[in-house]
Design a protein around this ligand. Structure first.
Ligand SMILES: [Cu+2]
Length: 679
């Protein structure tokens, strides 16, 4: 190789630029078409290597660098040159001189291109170095950033303080505006101007989000679960030949399509069961399908570690078809309602609790509830029934000597039953119930709730943290919907997908394709992009670790009310607007397990950019409801290398098990979710 200059002027290109030759083991030049060489500064010292750091080799296998320079504290540095698959090589020592006189130089330039208001990636956050009249670094001095040219507004922390090396590193800058801008950094009488940032407007998708293509499955995956392994377990009613539907296990990261997902047979029909995750991440499935309106009394558990069903589990006292399973704070599992094995489709009135080895009936707590109750663990540890009935109820499983007791709660504003509306706990103790209603013929034997023929666009919310919780308006969607799915997003907003605005059970002539999003800060709904496929009865939506939402299925049902329900053996992926607002923060490390009330370290390169930390339980969705869904915002403080996050205070707020943890920047742009077990 040709060595770079052995001494370098601070901030100026080397007089002699390095040339690196690729050679074989015997020292012969090798042409190596397509190869490139990367230059990187090694060793401590705090200087920055700038210029074109990656060079493609020429026909003789030579990489010729043209504009490398060093800036920063005076000292001795070496440059390492690497090329994929080859032994790297280091330069001779380079002596960097002190900067001349008192001065301020830019050691890390802002990005050359960015989106308006984007929080720039940490590697593109500007840094400047301040030296005194003798050329030594000046520490502890505040440097202020501003816009030097361009009409935009600088956002983020506008001051930074020099460290012992004289470096002031900015952490979370961005510019709201379009076109070319430069930054000015000022301290005292000194100032320096950065290279240009060319800013682009946001794409339309930053307002509407974007739907991906229709992805085929072999089945209608109308029950769908995100496992802690990152794989998705899904099942429907039937196979293509009409035989009993069997679960599929699909790994979205495998690159393989869902049609090649492994089929993992269960020995009973899991269609129309209830389900939620156990504390250890296994999936508990309560009941299943004997015939329409008649359930099975079986217990099934899927183990994501062995990717198999646990055999020989004890049965429930009653069959359950359309029950809801809720994980209790103590890790036991509550199953409520559903239709029995025998009789005339009557509701099972007595809940049962799975203690890990067997079921116990809550004989003190008898109530008739419609299909798939929208149940949640409240902050006080009781169960809150949010609907579908207009009246809410509380279930205390420990009352009556452990036999349970229901008490009356507040009523919805909407006067009709919200059947096949969707409900989510989007924040600690806060529930949004949206849409539903619309079929007077869809009766629950033994009760007669008021039913309108049309579904509703209205939404309501309740704060269970308050002393006297009451349902309050949460605005209205642009479209009335029944059979919609509500999904909590990492940023705390709630996405509504699919459903139909027609009256009756599932008239898909009114299928709604536009997604809508609810902002809890404003209470406003915003209409987003439209998907391609009618997805009504038996559709699902599931938040994935990459912060997208899978929306799929529909149909695979007996015809109710004379309208056809086509089988939709597919899903579509929705990228919410936050994925179109520039660089995403990343989580580099998080503990595998966190204990209630403890502080834990979350590592991120996005120092100074974290605006929010969110915890979201892995979804277990069917029939317009995520039975295991909940999300909460965690408090944090900055720490070395990231943030120190405080885990949920107790299991009422976050029942034990697997959650995804996300960090978000001030624009609400989320990281990928990392799996963490709360215990
Ligand atoms: Cu169903």
């Amino acid at each position: 190789m040709t060595q770079p200059s052995s001494s370098a002027e601070n901030g100026a290109p080397f007089g002699q630029q390095p040339i690196v030759q690729i050679e074989d083991a015997d020292g012969n030049a090798v042409a190596s078409p397509g190869a490139s060489v990367t230059a990187e500064l090694t060793g401590a010292g705090g200087a920055t290597l700038t210029g074109s750091l990656v060079k493609s080799v020429d026909a003789q296998g030579r990489a010729t660098f043209t504009d490398l320079s060093l800036s920063g504290p005076a000292g001795t540095y070496t440059i390492q040159f690497t090329s994929t698959g080859l032994t790297s090589v280091s330069s001779n020592d380079i002596t960097l001189g002190a900067p001349a006189g008192a001065g301020l130089i830019v050691t890390t330039q802002p990005p050359s291109t960015a989106l308006t208001s984007e929080v720039w990636d940490p590697a593109s956050q500007p840094a400047v170095m301040l030296t005194d009249a003798t050329g030594n670094p000046s520490s502890g001095v505040t440097v202020t950033a501003g816009v030097a040219s361009g009409s935009g507004t600088l956002e983020g922390g506008l001051t930074a303080t020099t460290d012992v090396a004289g470096i002031a590193k900015f952490l979370d800058l961005g510019i709201a505006g379009t076109g070319a801008h430069t930054l000015q950094f000022t301290t005292g009488t000194l100032s320096v101007t950065s290279s240009a940032v060319m800013l682009s407007a946001l794409s339309a998708e930053a307002a509407t989000g974007k739907w991906g293509p229709v992805v085929p499955w072999d089945i209608v995956p109308l029950h769908m679960h995100l496992l802690y392994t990152g794989k998705i377990l899904g099942w429907g009613r039937t196979e293509s030949d009409g035989s009993m539907g069997q679960p599929r296990l699909w790994d979205p990261l495998s690159g393989q399509p869902p049609t090649s997902a492994a089929k993992i047979d269960a020995d009973t029909m899991l269609f129309c069961a209830g389900h939620a995750f156990l504390p250890d991440g296994r999936l508990l499935v309560s009941g299943g399908h004997k015939s329409d309106d008649h359930g099975l009394d079986v217990t099934n558990i899927f183990d994501p570690a062995s990717e198999s069903w646990v055999p020989g589990l004890p049965k429930m006292a009653k069959g359950r078809w359309y029950p809801t399973v809720t994980e209790l704070p103590d890790g036991h599992m509550l199953t409520v309602a559903g239709r029995d094995t025998t009789g005339n489709g009557q509701v099972v009135t007595i809940p049962e609790i799975w203690n890990g080895t067997s079921w116990t009936q809550l004989t003190g707590a008898s109530k008739i509830l419609p299909y798939y109750p929208r149940d949640f663990v409240a902050p006080d540890g009781t169960i809150f029934y949010a609907g579908e009935l207009p009246q809410s109820f509380w279930l205390d499983v420990s009352a009556n000597g452990g036999t349970g007791q229901w008490t009356n709660g507040p009523s919805h504003i909407y006067g009709f039953s919200r059947e096949y509306g969707s409900a989510v706990m989007y924040e600690k103790g806060k529930i949004l119930y949206v849409g539903g209603g619309g079929d007077p013929a869809w009766n629950t034997p033994g009760i007669n709730p008021p039913e309108d023929n049309a579904p509703t666009a209205t939404a309501e919310m309740i704060d269970l943290n308050s002393a006297n919780p009451q349902w309050q308006s949460a605005g209205s969607m642009a479209f009335a919907r029944r059979h919609l799915n509500a999904t909590v997003l990492p940023d705390g907003e709630v996405l509504a997908t699919g459903g139909t605005r027609s009256g009756g059970f599932n008239d898909l002539s009114g299928a709604v394709h536009q997604a809508e999003i609810w902002d809890p800060a404003t209470g406003d709904w915003t209409t987003l992009a439209a998907n391609a496929v009618d997805r009504g009865y038996h559709s699902v939506s599931l938040l994935l670790p990459d912060a997208t939402v899978l929306h799929g299925a529909s149909g695979n049902a007996d015809d109710v009310g004379g309208a056809p329900f086509p089988d939709q053996k597919s899903h579509e992926i929705f990228q919410p607007p936050y994925l179109f607002k520039g660089a995403r923060p990343t989580i580099s490390n998080v503990p595998a397990t966190v204990g209630y009330g403890s502080d834990f370290q979350l590592d991120t390169p996005n120092i100074g950019q974290v605006a929010k930390v969110r915890l979201i339980k892995l979804g277990s969705v069917t029939h317009a409801f995520d039975q295991d869904g909940r999300a909460l915002t965690l408090s944090f403080t900055s720490s070395i290398g990231g943030v120190s996050v405080t885990a949920p205070a107790n299991a009422n707020l976050a029942p034990p098990g697997y959650y995804m943890i996300f960090i978000l920047n001030r624009n609400g742009v989320p990281s990928d979710g990392q799996m963490v077990k709360v215990q």
